[in-house]
Design a protein around this ligand. Structure first.
Ligand SMILES: [Cu+2]
Length: 210
C-alpha cells in the first residue's frame, strides 16, 4: 500500500500541532491498553481490542469485532512519530464522496506501523493471515523488544506503505490507533486506495485509539 510519502508527511505535519501524549514512564513496565473499536464509513462494526505488554516482555494484541462484511480484514496498528493518532471523523472525507477512504484517514491515524496478521514479529503483511468474515476473534503475540526493534529504526523501504518511527525514536503505545479495513460494499471509483489493492480491501471500517 505505497502511501505517497511526501504527501502523507505533509498531511501529518499539518495534523501534528499538539505533540502531546508522550509518556514519561518509558516502555519497560507492564502496560495494558483497551481499545474501543468504533465504526467508520457507517460500517456497523463494533468491538474491542487490547494491546498488552507483560512483565515478562511479551507483547500481545487481541481483537474482537462483529458486524463486519464477509471478506478479509486487513488490520493494523497505525501511527507516526510526528503526531498522536486519532480516528477520522466524517470531516476527513476530503473529496466529499461520502466515504473516508484509507488515504483520507491517514492524516488522522498515520501510516501502518504493525500489520496485525498471523505473525506480528515482522512488518510484512500476510494477506491470508488477516482475519476473515463477519466476526473477528483475533490474538497474536511477540515480544515488546521485537516491536521496538521493528519500529525504532529508519524505514527500510520508503516505497511501501509500512512505516517506522525512525532510528532513535521510542515506541509509545498510547500514541497509536488500530484500524480494521475491508468491505463487500460497492464503492464509487472516487474512493481512494493503495495502488495495487481494490478500494474495498482498504476501506476503513473500524478504528480505535490506544
Ligand atoms: Cu490499516
Amino acid at each position: 500500500m505505497p502511501f505517497r510519502l511526501p504527501l502523507l508527511l505533509a498531511l501529518l505535519a499539518v495534523a501534528a500541532a499538539p505533540l502531546s501524549g508522550c509518556d514519561s514512564d518509558g516502555t519497560d513496565e507492564a502496560e495494558t491498553f483497551t481499545v474501543q473499536l468504533r465504526p467508520l464509513n457507517d460500517s456497523g462494526v463494533s468491538g474491542t481490542a487490547t494491546v498488552r505488554v507483560g512483565d515478562d516482555g511479551a507483547f500481545t494484541v487481541a481483537l474482537d469485532a462483529t458486524g463486519l462484511d464477509a471478506t478479509g480484514h486487513p488490520q493494523h496498528i497505525h501511527g507516526s512519530a510526528m503526531a498522536v493518532a486519532s480516528c477520522p471523523s466524517a470531516a476527513a472525507d476530503a473529496n466529499g464522496d461520502g466515504f473516508v477512504d484509507v488515504m483520507e484517514g491517514a492524516p488522522s491515524y498515520g501510516g501502518i506501523l504493525l500489520p496485525l496478521d498471523d505473525d506480528i514479529s515482522n512488518q510484512t503483511p500476510n494477506a491470508p493471515g488477516f482475519p476473515q468474515g463477519t466476526s473477528i476473534s483475533y490474538s497474536a503475540s511477540t515480544t515488546f523488544a521485537q516491536v521496538r526493534q521493528l519500529l525504532e529504526r529508519d524505514d527500510p523501504n520508503a516505497d511501501d506503505p509500512i512505516m517506522t518511527l525512525g532510528a532513535g525514536a521510542s515506541v509509545d503505545l498510547g500514541d497509536y490507533a488500530i484500524v480494521v479495513h475491508g468491505t463487500t460494499r460497492t464503492l464509487p471509483g472516487t474512493v481512494g486506495t493503495i495502488p495495487g489493492l481494490p478500494n474495498t480491501a482498504t476501506l476503513p471500517v473500524a478504528c480505535g485509539t490506544l
